[in-house]
Design a protein around this ligand. Structure first.
Ligand code: S3P
Length: 423
């Protein structure tokens, strides 16, 4: 159990980790390249460490040169003798399932109890259609997962039933070994990290915007080595944007963020709620500045924040707001690192607010200020984002005690140190 206490004034610049999504991709593309790829500001959380260890187990060489990670796939990739341990990381398991589908032989992917409950059928279905064999448990094909890969896969045109960057990415990675171009069509645009990075690594990629969605096409190729400077993670910045907004006396800056529309939807939501946020943009990066603000309720459409990663901390903003906020169509929350739909209701209740679900809509009745928060006690299970959301509420409100706080190591090992440094 870890407790945080309220802090009277918050000032400073917050260094958040390298973008987790870009970090996973940089490692996997590097593992495919013939020659060294240098990665600066790789996310140092457990999730990316799992992907890195898996890349190594498959045959890539990994070295550290100061703060730079160097990965080289010259030797080529082959199945590992031992199981590939994905830990808590859905991104690792789904992307590696796509990559392993292109490596002839049998791969076994395992995860922690949280990951072993999450649906893998969403990648198994398209990857099977491409000729790989995937086996898991039950209808949702949960881990442990066995993947029988092949050197050449059947090219596929796939319409994803649920918007998911992980599913899109698994298919695009498998498409690198296709017998022709493979396409993924999504009804709602998800983060474009994979397609952007594949393009940078010399792979032919075509993107067609289609209303709110897009179609991405990839041609078979071996990605070229590339040097990556990973931007700071916008999903981590969201915690500090909410913290500053709901705190009575705060001014915080989070620099060098990935300036991607699919990742910064939370800025629009908070601005609509009355948060005084400023985004300063420069050469594909954005600095986010946030100060204390009085928030009012809003209606949030899941399409504004695809992947819904920011809903836990936006729930805290909704508790601080005046009025009832509704998050529409956020059923995906139920299959994240924990059942975040239930966990967000639990967090709002622990803070003293009324919150409830109606179908896939989540309602939070605001208390009208973080000075009205109760001191929260919460069991975050194995869910890093629930820990960080509760800690933000505690620092801005009346303190919070969280069971399972150590799980921040998944994505942001230095989270509590960064938080303490702002006081
Ligand atoms: C991610 C995609 C999202 C997100 C996760 C990272 C990625 O998941 O929740 O934290 O790097 O592709 P979905 O693909 O399930 O939306």
């Amino acid at each position: 159990m870890r407790c945080v206490e309220p802090v009277a004034h918050l000032r400073g610049t917050v260094e958040v980790p390298g973008d987790k999504s870009a970090s996973h991709r940089a490692v996997l593309l590097g593992a495919l390249g013939e020659g060294p790829s240098r990665i600066e500001r790789l996310s140092l959380g457990d999730d990316v460490a799992r992907t890195l260890a898996i890349a190594q187990a498959l045959g890539a060489s990994v070295e550290r040169e100061g703060a730079t990670t160097v990965i080289d796939g010259t030797a080529g990739l082959a199945p590992a003798a031992a199981a590939l341990e994905c830990g808590n990381s859905g991104t690792t398991m789904r992307l590696v399932a796509g990559l392993a589908s292109t490596i002839a032989g049998t791969h076994r992917l395992v995860g922690d109890p949280s990951l072993s409950r999450r649906p893998m059928d969403r990648v198994a279905v398209p990857l099977r259609a491409m000729g790989a064999q995937l086996e898991g448990t039950g209808e949702r094909c949960t881990a442990p997962l066995t993947v029988l890969g092949r050197d050449v896969l059947t090219a596929l045109d796939y319409v994803v039933p649920v918007p998911s960057a992980q599913v899109k990415s698994a298919i695009l990675l498998a498409g690198l070994a296709g017998d022709g171009p493979t396409s993924v069509t999504e009804a709602v645009r998800t983060r474009a990290t994979t397609e952007t990075m594949l393009h940078a690594a010399g792979v032919r990629v075509e993107v067609e915007e289609q209303g709110l969605g897009r179609r991405v096409r990839v041609w078979p190729a071996r990605p070229r080595p590339h040097d990556w400077r990973i931007p700071a993670d916008p999903s981590q910045a969201a915690f500090f944007a909410v913290l500053a907004s709901i705190h009575p006396d705060a001014a915080l800056e989070v620099p060098d963020l990935a300036d991607e529309p699919e990742r910064l939807g939370f800025v629009g939501v908070l601005t609509r709620m009355g948060a005084a946020l400023t985004l300063r943009r420069h050469e594909g990066r954005a600095s986010l500045h946030a100060v204390s603000s009085a928030l009012c309720a809003t209606e949030v459409d899941a399409r504004e924040i695809p992947s819904v990663d920011e809903v836990p901390v936006l729930t805290v903003a909704a508790v601080a707001a005046t009025g009832t906020t509704v998050f529409r169509d956020v059923g995906e929350l139920r299959v994240k690192e924990s059942d975040r739909f239930a966990a967000c209701i639990g967090l709002a209740s622990a803070l003293g607010a009324r919150a409830w679900g109606e179908g896939d809509d989540l309602y939070v009745e605001g208390l009208g200020g973080s000075n009205r928060f109760a001191r929260a006690e919460l069991d975050a299970g194995l869910d890093h984002r629930m820990v960080m959301a509760a800690a933000v509420a505690g620092v801005a409100g009346a303190g919070a005690c969280v069971e399972g706080a150590e799980t921040v190591s998944t994505s942001f090992p230095a989270f509590f140190e960064r938080l303490e440094a702002l006081a």
